[in-house]
Design a protein around this ligand. Structure first.
Ligand code: PLP
Length: 399
């Protein structure tokens, strides 16, 4: 048997090989950048044609891909969430239910608007927000629910959609990690009142930074537009200020890169999904791949989450051993946001009625492997399965 890298053996993977696969460049991107350079329109604010310019064309392309009527491109995924929430009228004192386990940026926009994040627990089957926990947290002050399709795994949109309709709550889908995932054949981000996206370097579609808000409601789209455009509502006289906000515009350079990459998205999504499927076949006793719910028709994975049986496997030892093997394994965004110093040490208004499943996933059962590994050749999956098996069956990662 191979000596684990942790004990001085040769790592199973060259970590730089997987890193080199992403973001990866293509001549179309250079053509797009050249086009923008030559056009002299480097800011959307200098574009006489909001809809037909470089950014407008990307919005239309993304809208076509998603099947979303209205898309506004933004500077990043964090402001996309803030603009969506602001457009839906979130303000001081409102309660917005959010998942405990997510990236901090899903929650900080709620706080920036003066609203109260109410943390809901996760479903241990998917590591995404639990509809039952959301139902328990609804009060007369609740205005909406912000769900996160963590790691690209769609939340239970049937249950959450029904719950929001029953209580007249808005639904915002944070799809920063999920562009391309579908639920019952429909793209995530098109179920709620708004869906938000991130085009950060690590995301499935990227221009280094960037984001978008999709919605079917023209009124919401109009307010998102005003929020992202330094207060000015589309079509209104420029001196009119309609919303107090910021400049959150995407640049034409970013739009050109995103437009060039969008046609390759599906192929990359399928490639990663097929590799994850292949790895699932190499199941190791005590380490289980987290799989999406049955109504998920496509999983655009941002990372592949795993669950260990803590009786058999120490999650921390396994993550350490995998990292030594050159595998990008880490705890993902499972650590409950309410355990961050901002919530623990500062008097930020929030509600946490206890999220034991989120804490258990963060502390003992959950970890993820980055999407980059899954863009590699199928042989990597075989090797990864073998490495997992060796580490567990040798007892090296026993609790
Ligand atoms: C779940 C989630 N929400 C929001 C964001 C914020 O996106 P951005 O980094 O583009 O601001 C990210 C990613 O960074 C994320 O993973």
């Amino acid at each position: 048997m191979r000596t684990p890298a942790l004990d001085g053996g040769t790592p199973a993977f060259d970590a730089n090989e997987a890193k080199a696969l992403w973001p990866g460049t293509h001549p179309d991107e250079l053509d797009g950048l050249r086009r923008v350079l030559d056009s002299g329109v480097w800011s959307r604010s200098r574009d006489s044609d909001w809809a037909g310019g470089e950014v407008g064309r990307f919005e239309a392309a993304l809208g076509g891909y998603l099947g979303a009527e209205q898309v506004t491109a933004t500077a990043n995924g964090t402001v996309a969430i803030e603009f969506a929430l602001a457009a839906l009228g979130v303000g001081p004192g409102d309660e917005v239910i959010v998942p405990a386990s997510t990236f901090f940026a899903s929650v900080s926009p709620v706080v920036r608007l003066g609203a109260i994040p109410v943390f809901a627990d996760i479903d241990p089957a998917t590591f995404t927000i639990s509809p039952a926990s959301v139902a328990e947290r609804v009060t007369s002050r609740t205005v909406g629910v912000l769900v996160v399709h963590l790691a690209g795994i769609p939340v239970d949109l049937d249950a959450i959609g029904e719950l929001c309709a029953r209580h007249s709550l808005f639904l915002v889908e944070d799809c920063a990690q999920a562009l391309g995932s579908t639920w019952r054949g429909r793209q995530v981000g098109t179920f709620g009142d708004a869906g938000t996206f991130s085009f950060h370097q690590e995301k499935q579609l990227t221009a280094g930074e960037g984001g978008a808000v999709a919605t079917r409601d023209p009124a919401v789209a109009g307010r998102v537009f005003a929020h992202h455009n330094g207060f000015w509502m589309r079509g209104a006289p420029k001196q009119d200020k309609h919303e107090v906000s910021t400049n959150g515009r995407l640049t034409p350079f970013q739009a050109a890169v995103l437009s060039a990459r969008l046609p390759r998205l599906d192929e990359q999504v399928e490639h990663r999904a097929a590799n994850a499927e292949a790895l699932r076949a190499a199941v190791v006793d005590g380490v289980e791949q987290v799989t999406p719910l049955a109504a998920t028709t496509r999983w655009s994975l941002f990372a592949v989450p795993f669950r260990v049986d803590p009786e058999q496997v120490s999650r921390d030892k396994l993550v350490e051993a995998l990292s030594a093997e050159g595998v990008s394994a880490h705890e993902g965004h499972l650590d409950p946001v309410y355990r961050r110093p901002l919530f623990l040490d500062n008097p930020i208004d929030h509600r946490n009625d206890g999220c034991p499943e989120a804490e258990r996933a963060a502390d003992v059962t959950g970890f993820v492997i980055s999407h980059k590994m899954f863009l590699g050749p199928r042989a990597w999956m075989t090797r990864l399965g073998e490495v997992l098996d060796e580490l567990v069956s040798s007892g090296r990662v026993r609790p």
